[in-house]
Design a protein around this ligand. Structure first.
Ligand SMILES: Nc1ncnc2c1ncn2[C@@H]1O[C@H](COP(=O)(O)OP(=O)(O)OP(=O)(O)O)[C@@H](O)[C@H]1O
Length: 421
C-alpha cells in the first residue's frame, strides 16, 4: 500500500482535525501486530499529529516486553506512543470478550485525556469476513450483518477503520518493503478461540473472503439507508433535553429510532429487546422498558406540541457516586469542574423531589416533577447543593461545575458501513 492510496482512503473517511505541530492528534490503536503497526506506519506518513496507544492486557508474561518493543519501533518512526496497562484481567471464561471491553474502555479514557476525537483501528478485510461468519452464526439482525463500520461513533470518539477493504498480505508486504518488524501474538494462532478457527479456514479460501465482504457491504448500504430514514424522523419530531430525557412530537412509529432513544435515555450499552420495542410502537402507551419510561405528555407540554416523554426509570438509576473531574454518572452525565472547585465530600446522584433543591421562587420549568426527579445533582452531606443542568447552585465552591449529557449518546447511528472500497 503506498502513501497516495492511504491518503485517498483517509480523505474518504474525514473530516479530520487540521494537521501540524501542536495540533490535536489522531489516535492509533496499535497492538504491535502487523496490521496495526502498518496502520501506524502509514498514518505517520499521512499526517504529523498522531499518537499511538498500546494496550498491555497483562495476560501474557511477554506482553509488557512486546508493548515496550512496539513503543520503541514506533519511536523510530517518529510516532509518540503511550502504553496503557490493564489491571485485574484474569484468564477464564469469556476472557477474550472481557479483554476487548477493557481495552476499548482504556483506549477511550486515554483519548479523552489526550483530547483525541478520532481513533484508528487496524481491522482489515479478513477480519471483516470473519465478523460476517460470526454474526451469521449468532443469527444477528440486519444491522448486525453490516458488521464493522469504516466509521462508527462511541460516546465521544469516532472509531475509524481505514483498512477494512485491504488484504492482510498487502499490509505485511508494506511493512517488509519498509524494513519493519512486528510482533506475532501467539494467541492469534490459538485454535480454541472461535475467531482463530475461522481465521484458519478463511486463510485457505480467498474467494469466500471476497463473497463475505460483498455481503457485508450490501448489508452496510441497507443499514445506512435505514440510518438516514431514522435521522429524518429524529430531526422532525424529537427533542433531547439537557437533563437526559427526550420529548416526542409524534407517536413513536419507528421501532429502530425508539430503541436508540431508549438506550440513550437509559445510559445502557445495548439496545432494548426488539420485540418489546416494536410492540410499543404498534400500540404506544405508558410503559417502562429497559431502564426508561414512555410517559404521555401532560396538558402544558401538549399545548407546546409534544405528545410523549421518554424518561429515565427512577428505580434503575445509579446510586450516588463520589464527584470527580471526568466521572460519568448513570452512564450518561460527565462531570467537569473549573479550576478551584472543591469536590471533596461531594457526590453525584439523582436530584429527587424538586422541593428538596429549594429553587428560587421565580423558577419556571415546563417539565413534570417525574422528569425533574431524575436530573443529575450534586450533594453535600446528603443535601442537594446543585442541579447544574437547571442552572441551580447553592454552594459557591461548586460554581461552574457541570454535568453534561454525553455528546453523541442520543444521536442516531451515523456510521459508514458500506464504504472503504
Ligand atoms: N493490545 C492492543 N493495543 C492497542 N490496540 C489494539 C490491541 N489489540 C487490538 N488492538 C486494535 O484493534 C484492532 C483489531 O484487533 P485484533 O485483535 O483483530 O488485531 P490483532 O490481530 O491482535 O493485531 P493487529 O491488527 O495489529 O495485527 C487492531 O488492529 C488494533 O488497532
Amino acid at each position: 500500500m503506498d502513501d497516495g492510496r492511504f491518503a485517498a482512503l483517509m480523505a474518504g473517511l474525514g473530516p479530520w482535525v487540521p494537521d501540524g505541530a501542536g495540533m490535536p492528534e489522531v489516535g492509533i490503536a496499535v497492538s504491535g501486530g502487523a496490521d496495526s503497526l502498518c496502520l501506524a506506519y502509514l498514518a505517520g506518513r499521512w499526517r504529523r499529529a498522531v499518537r499511538a496507544l498500546i494496550v498491555d492486557h497483562g495476560l501474557r508474561p511477554a506482553a509488557s516486553a512486546e508493548a515496550r518493543l512496539t513503543r520503541d519501533r514506533l519511536a523510530r518512526l517518529g510516532i509518540p506512543a503511550e502504553i496503557l496497562v490493564l489491571e485485574g484481567l484474569r484468564h477464564g471464561p469469556g476472557v477474550a470478550d472481557r479483554a476487548r471491553r477493557a481495552r476499548y474502555a482504556a483506549l477511550s479514557a486515554a483519548c479523552r485525556r489526550a483530547g483525541i476525537v478520532d481513533l484508528l483501528l487496524g481491522h482489515h478485510a479478513r477480519d471483516q469476513a470473519e465478523t460476517v461468519l460470526i454474526r451469521r452464526r449468532a443469527a444477528s439482525g440486519p444491522d448486525g450483518l453490516a458488521c464493522m463500520g469504516a466509521v462508527t461513533f462511541t460516546g465521544d470518539l469516532r472509531l475509524v477503520r481505514p483498512l477494512l477493504d485491504i488484504e492482510p498480505a498487502t499490509l505485511r508486504g508494506t511493512l517488509r518493503r519498509a524494513g519493519l518488524e512486528w510482533v506475532e501474538d501467539p494467541s492469534n494462532a490459538d485454535r480454541r478461540a472461535e475467531r482463530a478457527r475461522l481465521r484458519a479456514t478463511l486463510c485457505a479460501d480467498p474467494p469466500a473472503v471476497m463473497r463475505l465482504r460483498a455481503e457485508a457491504r450490501e448489508a452496510g448500504a441497507a443499514r445506512m439507508a435505514r440510518d438516514a430514514e431514522q435521522a429524518l424522523w429524529l430531526a422532525r419530531g424529537v427533542t433531547v433535553a439537557e437533563g437526559g430525557w427526550v420529548a416526542l412530537a409524534e407517536d413513536p412509529a419507528c421501532p429502530r429510532a425508539l430503541a436508540f432513544l431508549l438506550r440513550a435515555v437509559s445510559g445502557r450499552d445495548y439496545l432494548p429487546p426488539a420485540r418489546a420495542v416494536a410492540a410499543l410502537c404498534a400500540d404506544p402507551r405508558p410503559a417502562t422498558l429497559a431502564g426508561a419510561c414512555l410517559v404521555a405528555a401532560g396538558a402544558p407540554l401538549r399545548r407546546a406540541g409534544l405528545r410523549w416523554l421518554l424518561l429515565r426509570e427512577e428505580a434503575a438509576m445509579q446510586a450516588p457516586m463520589p464527584a470527580a473531574e471526568g466521572c460519568v454518572w448513570d452512564g450518561r452525565f460527565v462531570l467537569s469542574a473549573p479550576h478551584g472547585a472543591d469536590l471533596r465530600g461531594v457526590t453525584v446522584g439523582a436530584a429527587g423531589p424538586p422541593g428538596r433543591w429549594m429553587p428560587p421562587p421565580d423558577w419556571k420549568t415546563p417539565w413534570p416533577a417525574r422528569a425533574l426527579r431524575t436530573l443529575p445533582a450534586l450533594f453535600r452531606a446528603g443535601q442537594v447543593v446543585g442541579v447544574p443542568t437547571m442552572g441551580i447552585c447553592h454552594d459557591p465552591a461548586l460554581a461552574g461545575v457541570r454535568l453534561t449529557l454525553r455528546p453523541g449518546a442520543v444521536a442516531a447511528e451515523a456510521g459508514r458501513f458500506a464504504g472503504g472500497n
